[in-house]
Structures are given as structure tokens and as C-alpha cells.
Ligand binder design. Structure first.
Ligand code: ZN
Ligand code: ZN
Length: 186
């Protein structure tokens, strides 16, 4: 049997940059001001600011759309102002798919289309763009190469659509809770 005792585990100090094996690319980086996000196959790489004004915030979304499009129980997202989002490589490799039957249908007649931008080689969802969120792109914390940032600057401060959260998942510690849309209320 495998030995799972705590004494045999390697403890990672995530207060410092930490780039584990995560996909084929090994050229992700972070500085005091910026960091990269890369798809699983490495074809697409973005860079973004890790603090304001280009960095808006990080949040958990439990909505029913996010269940489907992550094939999991929630999405861990962060919002970047479009003028601060850089495509370092692979922009031509991004495929888009959008539809308007989203959870953000609030105003009758309004365009509620949300569009996914994903790597056409490996399928990694890199960001979403929504008519209800002009001027920003919603990226995915899990695609950020420096895993230390998942614990620090990109740690979610807001959690939304808690009404759709599965009963076996706890509220995220330290995140302001919203039963439905929190993005337009912050
Ligand atoms: Zn890819
Ligand atoms: Zn969602």
C-alpha cells in the first residue's frame, strides 16, 4: 500500500512563485505586476496585471452555466480590463462559441450573449466575454501558471450564485457571498 503519512509529503511554500508540472508549456512567469495564463497544450498564452487598475477582482461562480462549462461544480474566475489583457501567443488558435440563454438574462430585449474563447487544440477555456460585461474579459484562475497566485493575489474575494452551490461544498472562506449575481453589485 502507498504510504500516505504526512511526513512523506513535500510541503510547498506557496508564498513564493510555484510552477508545478501543469500541461506542456514550461515558460509561464510572474512579476510583481503581471503574470501569464497558458492553456493545457501551451499553444495559447496570455498575460495580465495582478493588481489594479487592469485587475478588477477574483470570484467563485456556482451558477448552472459554470457547472456545464467547467464540467465541475464551480468556476474560479478573475476579471481583467480588455485594454490590459495581452495575447502573448496563439490568439489565432482561439476558437469562440457563444449563446444568449445565460443566467444573466435580466433585461428583456437586452443582448445577454456570453462567448467562450478556448484553445482549438486542447479545448482549455481561456476567458469569457459577455454583452452584460462590456470592456472586460473573465479569465480562469486555474490557467494561471504561477500557482502561488492562486493562494495570494488571485484568491477569490467574492462568491456568487450560492443558490446553485451543491450542498456538499462549503462557502469560500473570506469571500463575500451573493445568492445570485454578485458581479454587478460590488
Ligand atoms: Zn491548448
Ligand atoms: Zn457562473
Amino acid at each position: 500500500m502507498a504510504d500516505n503519512t504526512a511526513t512523506t509529503r513535500t510541503v510547498v511554500d506557496k508564498s513564493k512563485s510555484y510552477f508545478p508540472l501543469a500541461g506542456l508549456a514550461n515558460d509561464g512567469w510572474s512579476t510583481d505586476d503581471e503574470a501569464t495564463a497558458t492553456c493545457f497544450c501551451g499553444a495559447v498564452q496570455l498575460s495580465f496585471p495582478t493588481h489594479g487598475p487592469g485587475f478588477v477582482g477574483s470570484f467563485i461562480c456556482n451558477c448552472s452555466d459554470c457547472h456545464k462549462l467547467t464540467a465541475s461544480m464551480h468556476a474560479t474566475n478573475f476579471t481583467i480590463v480588455d485594454t490590459h489583457l495581452k495575447h502573448l501567443r496563439g490568439r489565432e488558435n482561439l476558437k469562440t462559441w457563444g449563446q444568449s440563454q445565460t443566467i444573466f438574462v435580466k433585461t428583456p430585449g437586452a443582448d445577454n450573449t456570453m462567448t467562450n474563447y478556448f484553445c482549438s487544440t486542447c479545448g482549455s477555456l481561456m476567458y469569457r466575454v459577455g454583452a452584460a460585461f462590456p470592456g472586460v474579459s473573465i479569465l480562469r484562475v486555474g490557467s494561471v501558471d504561477d500557482f502561488a497566485l492562486h493562494e495570494t493575489k488571485l484568491r477569490p474575494t467574492m462568491e456568487q450564485f450560492t443558490k446553485d452551490r451543491v450542498s456538499w461544498k462549503l462557502p469560500t472562506e473570506g469571500a463575500t457571498q451573493f445568492e445570485e449575481d454578485g458581479l454587478h453589485k460590488q
